[in-house]
Design a binder for this molecule. Structure first.
Ligand code: GDP
Length: 356
């Protein structure tokens, strides 16, 4: 599965957030044979459409899509020089498919800040500087080889141009992601800052509705997505029954937990989408990458489904709800038969036909 690495300076609330994430028992309930590493948290992606499907089909259970977070300890100033756990830290980030930075905004005087003051902008810069320095090392190592290769191979010239452009961006203190560089020609370098970023701002409870603060933080990290939560509260929410949790959230002017938002935004950031299946046994969201074709989608259920793919019968979620059943959708001409070339759309409710 694709993973999101959680990084941040010490004492910003990473462990608190991660513990709240792992309290979610979506994995144990639905994937009993999955093994999970101690530093991984697998959370369900909230999708209200599943409850609706389960109602239509009287499904025994609902299985959401999941997103996997990895707790990456050890960022310190100097990580890019291999200080402290620097090398291990960078290797762990390299394995992640997206980077989630946790940034401290909360002001608790009892919790020491490593740099002596709470400053989101400075913390973001500290982390980005380490990632940028690591990428510049990667580029300086690769560039002479690429330039030599480009003299023999024309295709490599385009890669060299892209890498030189990336070097300029990084030298100016910007990440490859923030500069929206095309990740394709840079792919073979596995640059850290070319990965998609998202930000969690760990704020005091009474700042959750402070729109001016949120706008200020969003401006710091655009085009990355920003999520605002209070990690301590998120931890408490996980211990409460759903109705009490909702009451607590509403009391703070929120209608969804920060962790739910994080799961949804994280899933999006990874470039993933879902399609749906429904029946009396279960209603379920399956994970595909955006742009996946119908046979690729079938392969997520079982590789045999992809190999023996014949066609897919698809009703959009909205049409299905309006018609009340697939049979009714068929009679109203809302059920489509799609073939091998079909690119899956968000909200497709699917029945695959295949040879075994
Ligand atoms: P980490 O080093 O980034 O993993 O940070 P921790 O999760 O261990 O948190 C460091 C300290 O800050 C702990 O004492 C937490 O209880 C506290 N803390 C974490 N999140 C919050 C928060 O949102 N508000 C307040 N006031 N304290 C927090």
């Amino acid at each position: 599965a694709l993973t999101i690495g959680i990084v941040g300076l010490p004492n910003v609330g990473k462990s608190t957030l991660f513990n709240a994430l792992t309290k979610n028992d979506v994995l144990a309930a639905n994937y009993p044979f999955a093994t999970i590493e101690a530093n991984e948290g697998v959370v369900g992606v909230p999708d209200p459409r599943l409850a609706k499907l389960a109602e239509l089909y009287a499904s025994q259970k609902v299985v959401p899509a999941t997103v996997t977070f990895v707790d990456i300890a050890g960022i310190v100033r100097g990580a890019s020089d291999g200080q402290g756990l620097g090398n291990k830290f960078l290797a762990n980030i390299r394995e992640a498919d997206a980077i989630c930075q946790v940034i401290r905004v909360f002001t608790d005087p009892n919790v020491v800040h490593v740099d002596g003051k709470v400053s989101p902008a400075d913390d973001i810069e500290t982390i980005n500087t380490e990632l940028i320095l690591a990428d510049l090392q990667t580029i300086d190592k690769a560039l002479p080889r690429l330039q030599k290769e480009a003299r023999m191979k024309k295709e490599t010239a385009a890669t060299v141009a892209a890498v030189e452009e990336a070097k300029k961006i990084l030298d100016s203190g910007k990440t490859a992601f923030a500069a929206r560089l095309d990740p394709e020609p840079l792919r073979e370098l596995h640059l850290l800052t070319a990965k998609p970023f998202l930000y969690v701002f760990n704020v005091d409870e009474d700042e959750l509705t402070n729109d001016a603060l949120k706008d200020e933080m969003r401006a710091l990290v655009a085009p990355a997505e920003a999520i605002f939560l209070d990690a301590k509260i998120e931890h408490e929410l996980m211990e409460l029954p759903d109705d009490e949790a909702l009451e607590l959230l509403q009391g703070m002017g929120q209608d969804e937990s920060g962790l739910n938002q994080l799961a949804r935004v994280g899933f999006e950031t990874l470039g993933l989408q879902t399609y749906l299946t429904a029946g009396p046994k279960e209603s379920r969201a399956w994970t595909i990458r955006k742009g996946a074709t119908a046979p690729e989608a079938a392969g997520v259920i079982h590789t045999d489904f992809q190999r023996g793919f014949i066609k897919a019968e698809i009703v959009s979620f909205d049409d299905l709800v309006e018609c009340g059943s697939v049979a009714e959708a068929r009679s109203r001409g809302k059920a489509r038969i799609e073939g091998k070339e079909y690119v899956m759309a968000d909200g497709d409710v699917v029945d695959f036909r295949f040879n075994v």
